[in-house]
Ligand binder design. Sequence first.
Ligand SMILES: Nc1nc2c(ncn2[C@@H]2O[C@H](COP(=O)(O)OP(=O)(O)OP(=O)(O)O)[C@@H](O)[C@H]2O)c(=O)[nH]1
Ligand SMILES: [Mg+2]
Ligand SMILES: [Zn+2]
Length: 291
Amino acid sequence: MVGKIVKGVGGLYDVSGENGIYHCRARGIFRNKKEKPLVGDIVDYFVTSETDREGSITAIHERKNRLIRPETANVDLILLMFSIRDPEPNFDMLNRYLIMMKDAEIETALAVTKMDLAGGNDALRIREAFKNTGMEIFFLSVKEGSGIDELKAFLPGKTTALAGPSGVGKSSFLNRLLDREAMETGTLSEKIRRGKNTTRHSEIFLLDEKTFIFDTPGFTSVDITYLNEENLQLYFPEFEPFIGGCYYNSCRHVKEPGCRVKEAVEDGSISRFRYESYVKIYEELKQIRRY
Ligand SMILES: Nc1nc2c(ncn2[C@@H]2O[C@H](COP(=O)(O)OP(=O)(O)OP(=O)(O)O)[C@@H](O)[C@H]2O)c(=O)[nH]1
Ligand SMILES: [Mg+2]
Ligand SMILES: [Zn+2]
């Protein structure tokens, strides 16, 4: 039978097929092949016990894509969520995450949460920071119920994964979409102090027949050191119109004269914040490759 893995915890997978959900284990062949089933995978499975609703996964169908963070397969859209406050956004980490998604060739949109805690020009500041990146930006407050419908209208027909740091309100947003307490939520201090109310596994929910949404665990760091600094420019979509126009063909837009990218930062077509992030990451990657 064929089904979709909707949840995976400790080697046990919930596979949703035409006869409902079966709790499945993956057969040993996966371990030997160093391949492991991921939430979002379409798999072949057979039933080992009808009464206990248990089964066994025998094969993974070809993936459209595969992500390490969050560990998922077959995602159409990443909704990168971060809160305007509590916790404060870590823009450096967000930019690194966006680079990782661009490398994985997965469409990404931004959702700024907890807008009930925002100050007067916070939304403008965020729009300015990410201008000309081509990304949709949504502003919402689950607490006040604002911005939810706009974001909801963006999701039909897609498989969307909610991603972002811990405590930004991913599970709260999901619960709001489903109108039930599908996932546990909690304050950051509850998460940290008691290790509770935090999301530890990825799980898929159905919004309608063709619309899936994954809740995933929050991340605390993003590693992109596998990238080559020469190519880093390609991961900043707002640089694209200017690349190739610089005085030097080999321009990496850091210290070179006659740089069109730097001009674009000066005239405001590229946000300084993103450019500075580019330079910082560029220097870092270059440093790594020296060794
Ligand atoms: N002020 C305010 N607080 C919110 C809002 N949405 C969520 N919260 C609170 O933020 C805290 C964290 O929410 P969660 O939904 O657990 O966050 P999460 O992103 O799922 O966190 P992890 O599962 O640990 O990755 C909870 O105490 C929520 O009540 C909001 O719109 N406004
Ligand atoms: Mg959560
Ligand atoms: Zn340049």
